[in-house]
Design a protein around this ligand. Structure first.
Ligand code: B1M
Length: 242
């Protein structure tokens, strides 16, 4: 059978159709890569009237694929291909934006799985993408997983000034701060934000992350911890929570 990988079992995706888990993930990954949000979305024209990332994520979960497998096996590789194509000038900002929208429509279904339902919170985590930076998919993932680990999340959004971080820190004493940056140009704003926060609240805990950020950069700017992914951020917070 075409597209059937190994001895994988076929799972029903509706009354008439069956697919393997690998096929579902591949199809979802393609939707995100090409910005196919949902069945109603007319973009891209070649995928008109076909299921999009929204429906395929639902199918994947119903077929028993875990949210972690969906993220690692479909969504993150798709965004990585989008980034590579953008670097090679094969696609431009609008296509990148459609891919981001498709990924967000998929994340609508994943979010509930990461919520713990704990009533007693382990602490408060203030997160935002630094000034000048509009990327929020990675930040949202980090926020989602930390929320799932039992923390209250104050999400300040994107393009967040150092002042806004200070105001939030003052409103929530004892909160841990998380800064995200996706552009090499906004890493400088991350440095400034850390320095401003340290000036006002020297003992505040600051976690930094985002594709261009490194452990070396974290140390250089005086943040407390660098994590390349949400899991590392959760592990860091475990060392802080009582
Ligand atoms: Co932009 N973009 N983008 N973009 N974009 C990148 C980042 C880029 C690498 C693409 C490329 O050239 N290959 C490049 C940056 C180059 C550089 O500086 N080194 C780039 C560029 C250049 C730009 C513009 C300047 C393009 C232009 O206008 N000419 C522009 C800038 C706008 C701005 O911010 N001021 C721009 C715009 C956009 C869109 C708006 C179209 C869209 C973002 C939509 C949105 O976020 N709502 C977009 C997208 C989608 C991307 C790519 C393709 C995907 C980013 C993404 O969501 N990745 C990206 C290429 C790429 O990364 N492969 C690219 C998936 C996400 C799960 O990963 O965000 O890395 P990531 O998050 C990870 C980790 O980094 C970590 O955990 C997450 C989960 O694993 N993490 C943390 C993130 N934050 C953390 C915080 C933590 C801990 C871990 O603690 C607090």
């Amino acid at each position: 059978m075409p597209g059937l990988s190994g001895d994988e079992e076929l799972v029903p995706i509706d009354d008439k159709h069956h697919m393997t888990m690998t096929e579902i993930l591949e199809k979802l990954s393609t939707c995100v890569e090409f910005g196919k949000i949902d069945i109603k979305s007319p973009y891209p024209p070649s995928m008109k009237d076909k299921e999009g990332a929204f429906e395929l994520t639902q199918n994947a979960l119903l077929a028993g694929i875990s949210p972690g497998e969906i993220l690692e096996g479909a969504l993150i590789p798709a965004m990585s291909r989008v980034g590579q194509k953008f670097s090679r000038n094969e696609i431009f900002v609008p296509q990148m934006l459609m891919a981001a929208k498709a990924m967000s429509s998929s994340m609508i279904h994943l979010r509930p799985y990461y919520l713990s339902g704990h009533t007693k919170r382990k602490g408060t985590f203030i997160i935002g993408t630094v000034t000048g930076d509009l990327h929020d998919i990675g930040k949202n993932l980090v926020a989602m997983m930390i929320e799932g680990a039992g923390w209250e999340i104050i999400d300040l959004g994107v393009d967040v000034s150092a002042d806004k971080f200070i105001q939030a820190a003052e409103k929530h004493p004892g909160a841990v701060i998380g800064l995200s940056a996706l552009l090499t140009t906004t890493m400088e704003n991350m440095r400034k934000t850390v320095s401003f926060l340290r000036e006002k609240h020297s003992s505040i805990k600051i976690l930094v992350g985002g594709a261009p950020v490194t452990a070396e950069f974290c140390e250089k700017i005086g943040a407390d911890y660098y994590s390349p992914d949400p899991q590392g951020a959760v592990e860091f917070l475990k060392t802080i929570a009582q």
